[in-house]
Design a protein around this ligand. Structure first.
Ligand SMILES: [Zn+2]
Length: 85
């Protein structure tokens, strides 16, 4: 059964899979962004300086008749461009 479920999980190319939990009605996936940087939405310069981290939980359809919950370890970045407002 677990092999069947694993073969039906969606692919998240920009995330690393950190945890898989399979229960009677729910499949939970822990995801972490694979990129070490992000682009400032204002000046579009890349930054690796992390301001804070937080967790987001999203429901995303179903797999193998179980609800799929995604727990994403999100990050907020700080722009390091001194000319950026
Ligand atoms: Zn910026």
């Amino acid at each position: 059964m677990a092999g069947t479920i694993a073969s039906r999980l969606p692919d998240f190319p920009d995330f690393d899979l950190t945890a898989v939990t399979v229960a009677t009605e729910i499949i939970g996936l822990g995801l972490r962004p694979s990129s070490a940087s992000a682009f400032c939405p204002v000046c579009h310069q890349p930054t690796t300086r992390i301001h804070s981290r937080y967790s987001r939980t999203l429901a995303d359809g179903s797999v193998h008749r179980r609800q799929l919950l995604l727990r994403v370890a999100a990050r907020k970045f700080v722009c390091v461009n001194p000319l950026c407002g």
